[in-house]
Design a protein around this ligand. Structure first.
Ligand code: UTP
Length: 477
């Protein structure tokens, strides 16, 4: 392509974005074609809304602050909630839910979605996060742990449990190659579907101009886990799920190796209570812990981000003395498939969230600039969050999970929520399960139980009891 279509040039002029083609004359034909494709895909309505919000007078901020304060004042601890079991009655209710969930799995009504399109900047691993070796003994990757869980569940249910993995421009080709190299971990390749989410441009925070990542490339980044609904729809996967008889979509993030994938308890409560969107939560360890919390606001379920609360607000209690903001989001959800379809029909786009971040860019002189002033980031990046679907649901349910067992994410390079804490959790869980089978493992020995060997302590006990599994295969000095 030698010249850009004139209507596209006119749009760039109209929206003040002609700098994007300032290096056009220096580009070769392949670079021109790539840039033209990116420009054609640009959402100019979005460009206009970003520019408008940058130029908005402070009074509108004051308005939104008032709305926000009212929202926090109206927030209550979630009313429709299943707490961790405290009594035999609660335990019986969980067992009953598990039986319902298992029946749904056996009927082939469950699909799994793993969102794996994030850039994982905090971890600083130079490949997609799902390829991170997390197994404390085996160095199994996160993807392998999930694959093994799904294989075991499929086997136990004697049914298909299709696995959909959302990737992004940042992670797609490497993830695809990895699954091919690993022979899809022994799964039928057609039962594992990789699909790509969309991307959004980064804007200069002071001028509203879209940033260039090179002379021929717009600075784009994945559109957030909330890009899921539009991405599923675009790839025809909601239709495919419907045709396959899927009713429940189990959603989880790529960073938590101890998630119980396709958890029969969560699916069971979700089915029993006819919920459109069920969320697993855990009790925050302290009011100021950095976790989004689920609350009821005027009859709807919402998430309030930790950054939206002052320490005083975060510590507020209700008349029973319970924290209002206790229910920490683990990002483990069960969606009703028809609910996802409704959202998709309504456009499938959840609201955009803006964040100031440092983004490297090419200056008008053609130089690469890498801003590092954390106190004044140069760019505005946008993302959509999946939990914004919560207030759109007619019926939601919150189920409290067992934090130590189910929620050990790998977010950071070190410290809290790091590979070290997640590996320690895998070892601890393995030890606990072996102890339940009557085998106490010395402290210096690492333990790791493959989901192919057992998904629960009871299963492990049975296999060890019958001689099918040897304890020596599960530990390493
Ligand atoms: P995080 O919010 O932890 O973001 O994603 P991240 O990109 O993985 O890590 P940081 O913030 O850069 O360190 C939570 C989950 O949502 C997925 C991630 O892959 C992870 O499973 N995600 C995030 C997407 O699939 N797409 C996105 O655009 C963003």
């Amino acid at each position: 392509m030698n010249s850009l279509p004139s209507d596209l040039q006119a749009l760039l002029r109209q929206y003040g974005q002609t700098h994007l083609i300032q290096f056009w004359d220096d580009l070769n034909s392949e670079e021109r074609a790539n840039l033209a494709a990116q420009l054609i895909a640009l959402d100019f309505a979005l460009v206009e809304s970003v520019t408008r919000s940058l130029n908005a007078p402070d009074s509108s901020n004051a308005g939104s602050e008032a709305v926000q304060a009212a929202r926090i004042a109206a927030a209550k601890a979630p009313a429709k909630v299943v707490r961790q079991p405290q009594s035999t009655k609660d335990l019986a209710a969980r067992s009953a839910a598990a039986e319902i969930g298992e029946a749904e799995l056996r009927s082939g009504k469950v699909a799994v979605v793993t969102v794996a399109g994030g850039q994982g900047t905090r971890l600083g691993f130079d490949a997609p996060k799902g390829m991170f070796p997390i197994g404390p003994v085996s160095q199994r990757t996160l993807f392998q742990i999930f694959a093994e869980q799904i294989q075991s569940r499929r086997q136990q249910a004697s049914a298909e449990i299709p696995w959909f993995i959302m990737t992004s421009d940042a992670t797609h080709s490497e993830t695809k190659r990895f699954f091919e190299d690993q022979n899809y971990f022994g799964m039928v390749p057609e039962s594992v579907v990789l699909f790509q989410q969309g991307s959004l441009p980064a804007f200069d925070a002071s001028t509203g101009q879209i940033l260039l990542n090179s002379r021929s490339e717009i600075a784009l980044s994945p559109d957030g886990h909330g890009g899921l609904i539009a991405a599923l729809q675009k790839a025809g996967l909601l239709e495919r799920m419907k045709n396959a008889g899927i009713e429940h979509v189990f959603y989880h993030q790529v960073d938590n190796p101890t998630v119980i994938i396709a958890d029969p308890v969560l699916i069971g409560f979700h089915t029993q209570q006819k919920s459109q969107l069920t969320t697993n939560v855990v009790c925050k360890t302290s009011p100021t812990e950095k976790m989004g919390v689920l609350v009821d606001v005027n009859g709807r379920t919402e998430i309030i981000e930790y950054s939206e609360l002052t320490p005083e607000q975060a510590a507020q209690t209700d008349e029973s003395g319970q924290w209002i903001f206790w229910a920490g989001n683990t990002a483990i959800h069960v969606f009703d498939r028809a609910f996802l379809e409704n959202l998709a029909h309504e456009g499938g786009q959840l609201p955009l969230h803006f964040a100031r971040k440092n983004v490297p860019f090419v200056s008008s002189e053609g130089q690469m600039v890498s801003p590092e002033d954390a106190s004044n980031p140069n760019a505005i990046k946008m993302e959509r969050f999946i939990f914004d679907a919560l207030p759109m649901a007619q019926s939601t349910l919150i189920v409290e999970g067992n934090r130590a067992r189910e929620f050990n994410p790998v977010k950071n390079k070190s410290g809290a929520d790091s590979a070290d804490t997640a590996r320690a959790a895998l070892v601890r869980i393995g030890r606990e399960w072996l102890a339940e089978s009557g085998h106490v493992i010395p402290d210096h020995m690492a333990v790791e139980i493959s989901p192919l060997q057992a998904l629960t302590a009871a299963e492990l006990r049975k296999k060890i009891g019958s001689g099918e599994l040897q304890v020596s295969d599960l530990i390493s000095s």
